[in-house]
Ligand binder design. Structure first.
Ligand code: 6PG
Length: 465
């Protein structure tokens, strides 16, 4: 009986599409799902190279050795449950591949426990949504480097391709893959919020219609701002509502949800003493959009009157502001990965990570080609903004970011990420950020000492004389 090449456990939308992607690429795929009826439905669709199993023992037994099993179930307890089930049937040298959005520290824990049993464990970030899973996602595998060679042919074959290269590369040991996916999602939140703020500015200050804004985003998508998120935004703004024939976007409740990966990113950044203010602002924007008191405050607070503007000029200011805001968001995300790479001893290759983000994933964008090339010239950079080409980008667009922020504040349009962007740049640029006064206050009430600008060492001053 011919053995299957690889197995997939968890045949929900993402798991099913990954299984079919593998099958469509010619691999013999075994499928298993907690509820067999799902497996049966997929079997009944008569996909070549896919075979479903009702018993997990038969599923594992059907796999060529070493067994390679992709687990695609909800993050958290379900992953632990599936791993416990599998451990009863796997033997030394087999491989478990968690391709869900697991928290990277859970992956590190599972990796250590399962590898202590002689079984390899990979935490693999997969980005691109259900369509990406079927047609080609961006894949971020983390785990044992030698064992990666056993799963590389499968993952790199089903990954999205960019200029003939797979958008999949070995990321690093243990939790590195899921960490990078987490930061990918943090950047995703910031970019989505920046686009939402651009939409708000164009709508509330530029008074553009949804159709006109769709044209604007479509224009932007043929510039350096080309990206999956800009592309889908143009499509979203054109979409009509079947029930009312109004624009669908106007029929959607103005409250954003989140599954949590963006939140993990800012919690990790705080733990790393790292500033990801744009990602943080994006997470907070989603939280604030759900505040029940918004209705009261919208009637209670003074309504600003804003300033008359020339829409054509303003449209260009918004484009340049978004261009810079996006650059800063990606820079903060990549710097966070740089810090984590040192902290967890992962040796992350940020240039390679930028290269696999160029296609397949949600944050795929022209900008990643630019970022990848910066790392080609300077492999180890704590913050790619120090690169000359990036400094030019900042200086070319910073005035538009200031003007856009000023007009937004006068008009009362909330732009938490764009305002964080100009504040962050001014924090980086300013000779004095007020930290000297913070140190004086801390020393005044807590004798926490401060350093002087003219002599070495820490001093305490007797303030109460
Ligand atoms: C991806 C996406 C995906 C994400 C969902 C929900 O890379 O394909 O980031 O993994 O989890 O789109 O995201 P939120 O609920 O956190 O917005």
């Amino acid at each position: 009986m011919t053995k299957n090449d690889i197995g997939v456990i968890g045949l929900g939308t993402m798991g099913k599409n990954l299984a079919l992607n593998l099958a469509n690429k010619g691999f013999k795929v075994a499928g298993f799902n907690r509820t067999y009826v799902i497996t049966k439905e997929i079997e009944n669709e008569k996909h070549d190279n896919f075979k479903g199993y009702e018993e997990i023992s038969e599923f594992v037994d059907s796999l060529e050795k070493p067994a390679k099993i992709i687990v695609m179930v909800k993050a958290g307890e379900p992953v632990d449950m599936v791993c416990d089930q599998l451990l009863d049937f796997l033997i030394e040298g087999d491989i478990i591949i968690d391709a869900g959005n697991s928290y990277f520290k859970d992956t590190m824990r599972r990796h250590d426990f399962i590898e202590s049993r002689g079984i390899f464990y990979f935490g693999v970030g997969v980005s691109g949504g259900e369509k990406g899973a079927l047609l080609g996602p961006s894949i971020m595998p983390g785990g044992d480097k030698d064992a990666y060679d056993l799963i590389k042919p499968y993952l790199e074959t089903i990954a999205a391709q960019k200029n003939g290269e797979p958008c999949c590369t070995y990321i690093g040991p243990n939790g590195a893959g899921h960490y990078v996916k987490m930061v990918h999602n943090g950047i995703e939140y910031a970019d989505m919020q920046l686009i939402a703020e651009s939409y708000l500015l164009l709508k509330e200050i530029g008074h553009f219609s949804n159709q006109e804004m769709a044209d604007i985003f479509e224009e932007w998508n043929s510039t350096e701002l080309r990206s999956y998120l800009v592309e889908i935004t143009a499509k979203i703004l054109r979409e009509k509502d079947e029930l009312t024939d109004l624009d669908l976007v106007d029929m959607i409740v103005d409250k954003a949800s989140q599954k949590g990966t963006g939140k993990w990113t800012i919690l990790e950044a705080i733990n790393q003493d790292f500033n990801v203010s744009l990602i943080q602002a994006a997470v907070q924007a989603r939280i604030t959009s759900n505040l029940v008191e918004r209705d009261i405050f919208s009637r209670a607070f003074l309504v600003p009157n804003g300033k008359e503007i020339n829409p054509k000029v303003f449209k260009e200011e918004v484009r340049k502001a978004y261009t810079l805001g996006k650059l800063i968001a990606y820079a903060q995300g990549f710097s966070l990965m740089y810090d984590a790479s040192i902290r967890y001893d992962w040796q992350l290759d940020l240039g390679k990570i930028a290269s696999i983000f160029r296609a397949g994933c949600i944050i795929q964008a022209e900008l990643l080609e630019v970022i990848m090339n910066v790392y080609k010239n300077e492999e180890v950079l704590s913050n790619f903004l120090v690169d000359g080409s990036m400094i030019n980008q900042v200086n070319t667009n910073i005035q538009s970011l200031r003007v856009t922020n000023s007009l937004a504040i006068l008009a009362g349009v909330p732009i938490p990420v764009l305002s964080s962007a100009i504040t962050y740049l001014d924090q980086l640029r300013s000779k004095l950020v007020g930290a000297n006064l913070i140190q004086a206050q801390r020393d005044f009430f807590g004798a926490h000492t401060f350093e002087r600008i003219d002599v070495e060492g820490k001093v305490h001053h007797e303030w109460e004389n």
